[in-house]
Design a protein around this ligand. Sequence first.
Ligand SMILES: C[S@@+](CC[C@H](N)C(=O)[O-])C[C@H]1O[C@@H](n2cnc3c(N)ncnc32)[C@H](O)[C@@H]1O
Length: 327
Amino acid sequence: MEEKRGREAEGEALRGWAELVLPWLAPPDLAAVASASKALRSVAMGVSYRRASDASRGLERHPVPFLNPVDAQPYSYFLYARFPLLALHSPSAQPWGGRGPTPSNPSSLAALTFSPAAGGCACAPACASECPCSLGPEPGMELMTECGVNCPCGPECRNRVTQGGISARLRVVKHPLKGWGLHAAQFVKRGQFICEYAGEFLITEEARNRQRTYDELASSGRFSPALLVVREHLPSGKACLRVNIDATKVGNVARFINHSCDGGNLSIVLVRSSGSLLPRLCFFAAVDIQEGEELTFSYGSARLRQNGQHCFCGSSICSGMLPSEET
Ligand SMILES: C[S@@+](CC[C@H](N)C(=O)[O-])C[C@H]1O[C@@H](n2cnc3c(N)ncnc32)[C@H](O)[C@@H]1O
């Protein structure tokens, strides 16, 4: 009797330890630990189930579940950041799939802002449509401005639509040829903000180094890089600002958006706000999007690299290869 109670207490202690530790493990380590005992397997299964039910770890307004009609892989593993962050602030580990809420991570808009006295609006307490910070996006326009840290208005201001995170219901669905993709889980009206492209901000040299490594790995067919490079042409036309964001290891659900040769149903907009050091890359619905439709955009038009990947976008003007530029 005594011995049985001792064993039960030991089992409980092991389970409690596992509930704390297993959410920190990447899938291969989780599988290895799960094979050690029945109790660990049951905790690991709970972790995997919770991971598959929300790619955003409870950090967005609505859960973003994974759906896999293709194979037995329940979810795709990465670290979550709601906003872009500097590579040196990237988390190297993060719990995912635990019973409690995921602690918020270091990514925040504040990491990318500075606060000189100049700039910002003066229309507190509420900004109206004439607020000087409010610009775009109009159809075909790729720039937009919002209120920021230098404005006296708060997070509820109507000129901060991209700063509150994702509001539409989304899901991540696996395709046999393209891998995971982001889908609408509700009707989305044209012009609605979908999500920002969150990941690590990189200097160009680091982006080039990583791109070389990713190209090699991607040619094996089992690796999906998510390094996005956007160039903003300055008014002089002589120079352009280059923004490199890598969501391969750390990012939000935008890292699952696949390419479509016809331009897809999303437009990408550079969003600036007062006091913000760098523009942010945000996706808006370019057309009305029905529930269940995949969200896609064009990765670009250049096809310069030798070892490019095949495109399976399925559009009538598909070129057969994914865009690939020497970054
Ligand atoms: C930003 S990730 C998109 C998410 C990715 N499908 C995944 O499973 O994580 C970019 C990668 O997705 C794949 N991909 C995106 N669009 C594709 C397309 N139209 N056809 C084939 N593969 C595509 C390629 O492997 C590409 O390198």
